[in-house]
Design a binder for this molecule. Structure first.
Ligand code: G3P
Ligand code: CA
Length: 360
């Protein structure tokens, strides 16, 4: 936790103190931060060095590697441990017998899993576009890029920080932490070790660490001197709560009492947009909730996910046509959400987010 970085901003109106809010971010960036979600994943296959580099060059303040483990305990950037959807592993006959069905966070999943591959084996694979129907242009890059390690992501951000004369931060997320602990490949000590070895576990380092689970974030917070962020999903509950029989849900966690509890171990929340402005069954926006204000009252910063330009992901209010792959009126969505007082946005199109932020 980095509580001292959350300097209070006292608002004075007509001589009276009317509010006390945390500053825009624990790193004192100007205005809402832009986080390249899985890199610039609208333009390159996600979680590749090419996607992260493009995000930084487009103006992102941070790049976001989701983290899973290899068989030999190396942290690599993938959204999930099953890699059939984002690599060419299914075309590799030498790995055909690695295809398995496993129960991950209570759900059966069939495919190929990072924990069954050494890093050397994983490095023989190449990334591919996850959603080619929505992002057909990205398939041009299929087969070109490796699965990167966290260390390679850090090396890239250090090089780009020097070249661009501004610091590019990292915003790693532990994926399936309870599962990886259960198979003896806990992510947390490896993450702390990599941050330590790179001089990034210190106050002021441009790093946030995030998790959908609670227990691992609490433990990480004891070892980290950088801010930690509790992710909040639209429904359901943290998987460590489910596995441990704890009945609390994400909905319980966003009540004022729940936010107060989060503030005992975290510096902020990373909430799905639907928790900030819900949508109805047809996809149209409803009235904003009080989550941003409630979180700020609890001295928690608020980052929201995920902003994407395509109609497929936009609220119905801002779609340009029935074509799911066409761009809709993304700036209107950013404008609306920035007005809610967000401290940061996870964006697949970091260039659009930066433009929206500058002109807000
Ligand atoms: O970590 C914030 C956001 O990325 C959470 O969603 O599923 O894309 O990791 P996901
Ligand atoms: Ca993520």
């Amino acid at each position: 936790m980095y509580r001292r970085g959350l300097a209070a901003v006292v608002l004075v109106f007509a001589g009276a103190v009317v509010a006390s809010l945390p500053s825009a971010s624990a790193h004192d960036d100007k205005g809402p931060i832009v986080i390249g979600h899985r890199g610039a994943s609208a333009y390159r296959p996600e979680h590749t060095l090419a996607a992260y580099e493009l995000a930084a060059r487009m103006g992102a303040d941070f790049v976001e590697p989701d983290l899973v483990s290899t068989k030999d305990g190396k942290l690599v950037a993938r959204h999930e441990n099953e890699i059939g959807g984002t690599t060419d592993v299914s075309t590799k006959t030498q790995f055909a017998d690695r295809k398995k069905t496993k129960v991950i966070d209570g759900t059966p999943v069939t495919g190929w899993f990072t924990e069954d591959f050494t890093l050397a084996e994983l490095k023989t694979l190449r990334a591919k576009e996850r959603i080619p129907a929505i992002r057909p242009r990205n398939t041009l890059y299929d087969g070109r890029f490796e699965v990167p390690t966290l260390q390679e992501v850090i090396d890239l951000t250090k090089r780009l920080s020097r070249e661009l004369h501004r610091e590019i931060g990292i915003y790693p997320e532990t994926k399936h932490p309870t599962y990886f602990q259960s198979i003896g490949l806990a992510l947390e000590p490896k993450l702390v070790d990599v941050l330590n070895r790179n001089g990034l576990n210190r106050r002021g380092a441009k790093v946030y660490v995030q998790s959908f689970e609670v227990a691992n974030l609490k433990e990480l917070n004891k070892s980290l001197r950088v801010p930690v962020v509790q992710l909040i999903n639209a429904s359901g509950a943290p998987y460590d709560f489910v596995a441990g029989g704890d009945k609390r849900t994400y909905s319980d966690m966003v009540t004022p009492a729940g936010l107060k509890e989060i503030a005992t171990y975290a510096d902020g929340i990373g909430a799905t947009k639907d928790r900030i402005i819900p949508r109805d069954a047809a996809g149209f926006l409803q009235q904003p909730t009080t989550l941003v204000q409630d979180a700020h009252k609890a001295r928690l910063i608020v980052h929201a996910w995920t902003f994407r330009n395509e109609n497929s992901f936009l609220p119905a209010d801002f779609r340009s046509s029935a074509d799911p792959a066409a761009y809709g009126r993304a700036f209107e969505e950013y404008d609306l959400f920035f007005k809610q007082g967000l401290d940061g946005v996870f964006a697949d199109n970091p260039d659009t987010a930066v433009e929206a932020k500058v002109k807000r």
